[in-house]
Write a protein of this length. Structure first.
Length: 134
């Protein structure tokens, strides 16, 4: 309500479905090596965007193509943060995927990791700001 642009998304901690959608967006960005898609799910000027953008640019320069990247959230515990911020602990499984570099192809195995997420509100939507795996 009112002019607070972030109130619709941040009146509640991010749901598991919202986090899954952000991770699906990130996977699509890697599968298509598309910076603009990455910017839809990661917070502007965030450590997450800085890190992923650099890695994505390097993949583009090196001619590396990813296919089959996806994420599944197995467990999820949101944490309320200061206004416009939130956190979450989640067990995230990254699918197995294929990396193609020229004529070389390799398959990476799926991996489950417990992840700590920091999220921020941006234009009324949650965006990932940081994450760390354990």
């Amino acid at each position: 309500t009112g002019s607070n642009d972030s109130s619709s998304a941040t009146s509640h901690p991010p749901t598991r479905g919202e986090v899954e959608a952000l991770l699906a967006c990130r996977a699509e960005a890697w599968n298509s090596v598309d910076q603009r898609r990455l910017e839809r799910c990661l917070a502007p000027k965030s450590p997450a965007l800085t890190s992923d953008s650099a890695a994505l640019r390097q993949a583009q320069r090196d001619g590396i193509v990813y296919s089959g990247v996806s994420y599944r959230v197995a467990s999820y515990a949101p944490k309320t943060g200061a206004a416009g911020t939130a956190g979450a602990t989640a067990t995230v499984t990254r699918s197995g995927y294929t990396v193609t570099h020229g004529n070389d192809r390799s398959r990476r195995a799926s991996q489950s990791t417990q992840v700590e997420l920091r999220l921020v509100s941006d234009a009324g939507q949650w965006r990932i700001s940081e994450w760390s795996g354990r």
